[in-house]
Write a protein that binds this ligand. Structure first.
Ligand SMILES: [Zn+2]
Length: 214
């Protein structure tokens, strides 16, 4: 593969980018100055070096060099600032589809913990665990439920068809664990309009959906 084909192929893996757009990106880069190409290459490189994925909630977070070495759990796994914060309510677990949802939920005043599912489960999916971190979620619910630290799992999925579908599958799979460890399984209440994603909902709406969760 020549460099043009190689880069086109890489861009095609980006969400929502087809072959035509991928080729346009490459054409743009060919026409731009080497300085800009260099800057882009450096930014991509430092993205890997300056960030880490939290081993507990799976969100990506910047590693801050100015602070003491990042917090880690008993096994030495890297934790984000939210998971490492012992003052946060350890009894609440908010399940979101993606990292960007967390920023918005934080603004609503929620102070429990999170779990990033990594997407929604497509309607026709035969193996849901292939699309989202369902196994990891079940494992965490079991571990923290048996320690009695966790009391409630809030499913904060998008108010879309896929979000609803994902919630049903998660409920079905979490139910046996919830029964054994007396965990409450709840979902965001009314307020989020149909079709809306947490990422774009305003913090007040999220706060009221949280208050009316059931
Ligand atoms: Zn975390």
């Amino acid at each position: 593969m020549n460099p043009i084909e190689k880069l086109t192929d890489l861009f095609e893996h980006f969400p929502g980018i087809g072959p035509r757009q991928a080729r346009r990106f490459v054409q743009y880069l060919l026409s731009t100055s080497p300085v800009i190409r260099q800057e882009l290459a450096e930014a991509i490189k430092s993205l890997g070096a300056g960030t880490a994925q939290c081993r507990r909630c799976f969100r990506w977070f910047p590693i801050d060099d100015r602070r003491a070495p990042s917090a880690s759990d008993a096994e030495g796994a890297l934790l984000c600032d939210i998971c490492a914060n012992k003052k946060r309510d350890q009894s609440l677990l908010f399940v979101v589809e993606k990292d960007a949802d967390i920023d918005n939920v934080e603004k609503s005043g929620y102070r429990g913990l999170y779990f990033v599912l990594g997407g929604a489960i497509p309607l026709a999916a035969e193996e849901p665990a292939k699309f989202v971190r369902m196994r990891e979620l079940l494992k965490r619910a079991e571990a923290e439920g048996s320690k009695k630290s966790l009391k409630e799992i809030i499913l904060g999925l998008s108010a879309t068809t896929e979000g609803d579908h994902t919630r049903l599958i998660l409920q079905e799979n979490l139910m046996p664990i919830a029964d054994v460890h007396s965990l409450k399984l709840s979902s965001l209440g009314r307020g989020l309009s149909t079709g809306s994603e947490l990422e774009y909902a305003d913090p007040d709406t999220i706060a009221s959906a949280l208050n009316s969760r059931n």
